[in-house]
Design a protein around this ligand. Structure first.
Ligand code: ATP
Ligand code: MG
Ligand code: MG
Ligand code: MG
Length: 485
């Protein structure tokens, strides 16, 4: 089943059961501090908080998401994209746990002829919050799941809230057992690659106080109106329904790898039978497919490459794409071909990409040209820095070198980190961050002198920390991600 159909089936399933279909919101979060939408519920927050009235008390959507937090996973795990599509159903005071479980079970295990995904019910495992006996009982009664396929997890994994006093509640996740070739049976499904998480159901029922039930506190009250928020990963369902090894080999990404194979003259080996770690070249192929798609989707929503915030994330994605292609031996510019391919693959669901293609292609191609001007001189600088470090018996690239690479040669820090780790070196990220902070402070002082201070009101900040166990990751995330590595 093709990805476009998986997407449509989700919406049709929920439309049949009285949900109003709402279009995806833009990837750009309305809160400037937050960068991107990372979950389908993000645009629904005003409804959950009672600040706005939803068009109906049952909604469904397939939301475009970007999680830069997952950027280091790309190519290495079987299941993480930077851009992905999260399908969701939402109830505002209408059905609750039983309804959510019933809807999900019907779609997941319903026959393909009846509009379902047709998964074998014997391969479904779920997790529940260990204080939520009600959900455990519902999984048993509605889905007939045996107790051993309903795993208890503590609040850190299976309790959702917004990081501040307000709505909260247990969640329950659905996993698919990929079979013995992916590992032994029966370990914790959240830890074992054998089990692929496809869907997260959040049951908003509590009011949390200063302390979160996530970390053991009791809720301070019950919500007058109980809500449902769910998120299903379309790309992950595609992995399973297309019988491929990983998200990069599904129908909307594998053709991009094919183009990169043609451009480079090298071959992608792929998941294969051993399901072991990908080779360095395979990781590059996957990075190209993932990152160019995310880039096109971001440019389509109005992001342009720049040195901070959203623009910087886009710049990183585009430059990592270009470098991965160089490492595969490509010498030609790659953007014209790759962006056109993303347009062709994605426009059946996102027709605006085709309408706006001229602009998208130009932005990507211009960024590539700019980077190619400094890539080889920056690479030379990196190599001499690396050689110096090694001859001084040090395993660390200095913060100053990383800063110069960033500031003069336009090397995003994670590119430098990647190059360092390829040479068996670490980077003094703390030193780099300090220099960046100093530079930012100078820029801020300049700006302040020009027009007075500005602060943004981070409406969504807390929320997104919890839209999943994920949070906004822009530049600061990267800076704080680890000091030396
Ligand atoms: P994981 O544990 O695999 O990183 P998650 O628990 O962070 O996933 P949720 O925040 O629960 O994910 O998001 C809901 C659903 O969105 C997940 O069940 C999954 O199907 C999908 N999803 C989450 N992150 C990604 C990603 N980086 N790429 C593709 N799909 C994703
Ligand atoms: Mg998870
Ligand atoms: Mg999850
Ligand atoms: Mg995650």
């Amino acid at each position: 089943m093709q990805t476009h159909e998986i997407r449509q089936r989700f919406l049709d399933h929920f439309e049949r059961t009285g949900h109003t279909v709402v279009p995806s919101a833009s990837l750009i979060s309305p809160d400037p501090a937050l960068l991107f939408i990372i979950a389908g519920m993000a645009p629904m927050v005003p409804y959950f908080l009672g600040q706005a009235t939803p068009p109906s008390d049952k909604l469904t959507s397939v939301q475009k998401c970007v999680r830069t937090l997952d950027i280091d996973n790309v190519g290495h795990t079987t299941r993480h994209n930077t851009f992905f599509q999260m399908a969701g159903n939402f109830s505002f005071g209408d059905y609750f746990k039983a309804g959510a479980i019933e809807h999900a079970w019907k779609l997941v295990t319903g026959s393909v002829d009846d509009g379902g995904y047709g998964f074998d019910p014997d391969r479904i495992w779920v997790t529940v919050y260990n204080k939520d006996d009600e959900s455990r009982a519902l999984w048993r009664d509605i889905a007939g799941l045996p107790d051993e396929r309903i795993q208890d997890r503590d609040g850190e994994d299976n309790y959702w809230d917004m990081g501040v006093p307000g709505p909260g509640g247990p969640n329950s996740e659905i996993y698919y057992d990929r079979g013995p070739e992916y590992g032994a049976e029966g370990g914790p499904v959240v830890d074992e690659d054998r089990y692929l998480e496809i869907w997260n159901l959040v049951f908003m029922q509590d009011i949390r106080g200063e302390q979160s039930p996530k970390y053991g506190a009791d809720p301070v009250g019950s919500l007058p109106q109980k809500n449902i928020d769910t998120g299903l990963g379309i790309e992950r369902v595609a992995v399973l329904l297309q019988g491929v090894d990983n998200v990069y080999e599904t129908d909307l990404l594998r053709p991009i790898i094919g183009t990169a194979e043609q451009l480079s003259g090298r071959s992608y080996v792929g998941g294969g039978d051993d399901h072991g770690p990908a080779s360095p070249d395979d990781v590059r192929f996957r990075v190209i497919a993932d990152h160019i798609r995310s880039s096109v989707m971001l440019i389509g929503d109005g992001v342009t490459p720049g040195n901070e915030g959203r623009g910087y994330v886009l710049r990183r994605l585009l430059r990592r794409t270009v470098r991965a292609a160089r490492l595969l031996g490509v010498t030609e510019p790659v953007m014209p071909l790759l962006t056109a391919q993303v347009r062709d693959l994605m426009s059946p669901s996102y027709p605006e990409l085709a309408e706006d293609y001229g602009r998208i292609e130009e932005i990507a191609a211009t960024e590539e040209q700019a980077f190619l001007k400094t890539l080889s001189s920056g690479t030379k600088l990196f190599e001499s820095t690396a050689a110096q470090a090694k001859s001084a018996n040090s395993s660390t690239v200095t913060g100053q070198s990383a800063f110069t690479l960033h500031d003069t040669y336009g090397f995003p820090i994670d590119l430098t980190l990647e190059m360092a780790s390829e040479s068996g070196l670490q980077v003094d990220v703390e030193g780099f961050t300090k220099l960046m902070d100093e530079q930012k402070a100078r820029a801020r002082a300049d700006a302040k002198a020009r027009k007075g201070g500005v602060t943004s009101a981070p409406v969504f900040t807390e929320l997104l920390e919890t839209g999943g166990p994920t949070e906004f990751t822009g530049y600061s995330e990267l800076e704080s991600e680890g000091t030396v590595r």
